[in-house]
Ligand binder design. Structure first.
Ligand SMILES: [Zn+2]
Length: 486
């Protein structure tokens, strides 16, 4: 952690005093003093310092013990103190230059690294009359981690705006932006929001899916066979892969993981998203903006002129999008996209309903998949039970013999819910000769479904039962979420 200390009047406490009492002056002018302390400072000590400072305004800032230790060590190294003076509050107007000064860059980096290490969800920069403070939201709680003199705040804000591609000269209106940084070889995606307040702009950085973005398909809950099938599909040079599922079923995460499995060095990968939630290094991501006439269809037409190998389309929402996407696949591109349907087979009927000709579907679609997220039983408190005859029969129908299953109970670790985390259920089929023939002949979806079921298709429902048999999920819950499609 790097703290900037400004003492405009008076002197820093003596080093002995600092070590003994664990108090550090971080700001002082004629009428105000700000002192860093940690939990150990007694009320008496605080009263004493307040009294002897003879300032109108005495403020204490709570630091975490480690951060205060670091601050004390830092004070001991005299040469480092020069950092304080290198950012002057003169009337420099070249904010961009100021923002690129090493101390400012370092300060922002240190704050971000600290936030990353502490797995925070948000970082708040809040400015007051004479200082600004930084707070982290960790596990839902805001914790102050530092306070700094106000004279560096404009430069800090400008630095954040530059990395978030925001207008540094605009301080009067709220702005929203995104930053993608690589710090210590880790990629961080940040959503930045600025807002004018009484003494300057307040800035909030939201860290996007830090853990999530590291997930691969396996940790999402895909089994080896699912992964092998997905891998085979994304290696193909053309065709469409359609992933379906309701909102919140984890489709975006899966598509992102699939994109990550593609070799970006040898392939041109372009995504069209609304909005771009996560950035992936090495691929071209295009954000849809209907307002400025940068809508989906005009983007897709532009994208096709960019010689792409792989195109990911966030969602095929309407006939025109679906038609363009499938025709792109027919002309030698691998297209990954999503549709709103309940199961994989229904994507065929959905496309037909969107008036896509059956010959286009038959030749453009490689595979269809569906996904759901279901809650995992808390491993600490899940309880064995013996299923009744009907339940046993249900499992037998899917080729499984079960004598015990698990149900939720509730403990401190899972906040008495009985569940902890979620896992994906996934079904996938590739269009083979027979299915293509069914589509061309206008056979109903139930004919295709029967064919699949007779040929070893592992449906969402059977996957749910498999996970229930393994004691990972609760059978009654997955039955109510997935439902058996006959
Ligand atoms: Zn529990």
């Amino acid at each position: 952690m790097e703290t900037q200390i400004v003492i405009k009047s008076g002197k820093q406490f003596s080093y002995e005093y600092i070590v003994k009492n664990r108090l550090v002056k971080i700001y002082e002018d004629d009428d105000k003093i700000i002192i860093a302390k940690d939990d150990s400072a007694s009320r008496e000590l605080i009263n004493e310092v307040t009294h002897y400072s003879k300032k109108e305004n005495v403020e204490f800032v709570l630091y975490e013990k480690n951060d205060l230790d670091e601050l004390i060590r830092y004070l001991h190294k005299d040469e480092d103190r020069k950092i304080l003076n290198s950012v002057k509050d003169d009337n420099t107007t070249d904010l961009a230059k100021l923002a690129s000064d090493a101390p400012v860059v370092n300060l922002v980096n240190e704050i971000l690294i600290n936030a990353l290490n502490k797995k925070v969800s948000d970082v708040h920069f809040e400015v007051y009359e004479s200082y600004f403070r930084v707070r982290f939201r960790v596990n839902g709680l805001l914790i102050q981690v530092g306070s700094y003199p106000k004279n560096v705040y404009d430069a800090v804000c400008a630095r954040i705006k530059i990395i978030s591609k925001l207008d540094i000269t605009n301080k009067r209106f709220s702005q929203d932006g995104k930053a993608a940084l690589t710090i210590h070889n880790r990629r961080i995606d940040i959503r930045t929001s600025t807002m004018p307040t009484m003494y300057g702009e307040s800035v909030v950085l939201r860290f996007l899916g830090i853990e999530e973005s590291l997930h691969d398909l396996k940790s999402l809950g895909f089994d080896d066979k699912d992964i092998a099938e997905c891998n085979a599909i994304i290696q193909k040079s053309y065709g469409t892969f359609i992933l379906t599922g309701p909102t919140g079923s984890g489709k975006t995460t899966t598509l992102r993981s699939l994109i990550n499995m593609i070799d970006f060095k040898s392939k041109n990968v372009i995504t069209i998203e609304d909005p771009v939630e996560y950035t992936i290094e090495g691929i071209n991501q295009v954000q849809i903006n209907e307002k400025i006439d940068f809508g989906f269809n005009s983007i897709l037409r532009n994208v096709l002129r960019q010689d792409p190998d792989v195109i990911m389309i966030g969602e095929m929402r309407d006939e025109e999008t679906a038609d363009l996407a499938l025709r792109a696949a027919m002309t030698g591109h691998l297209v990954l996209s999503t549709l709103h349907t309940n199961d994989a087979v229904s994507s065929i009927s959905r496309l037909l309903n969107m008036k896509i000709p059956s010959y286009v579907i038959e030749s453009a679609v490689l595979a269809c998949a569906a996904q759901r997220l279901v809650r995992l039983l808390c491993p600490e408190c899940k309880t064995e039970f013996t299923p009744d005859g009907v339940t046993k029969q249900l499992f037998e129908k899917y080729g499984m013999k079960v004598s015990t299953l698990y149900k939720p109970c509730g403990c401190e670790r899972c906040a008495m819910t009985g569940f902890s985390g979620r896992t994906a259920l996934f079904e996938l089929f590739e269009l083979d000769e027979k299915i293509r023939e069914y589509i061309i002949n206008g056979e109903s979806v139930s004919v295709i479904r029967k064919y699949l079921n007779d040929n070893g298709f592992r449906s969402l429902f059977s996957k749910a039962l498999e996970k229930a048999a393994l004691g990972l999920v609760y059978v009654e819950e997955v039955k109510s979420i997935i439902g058996e499609v006959k």
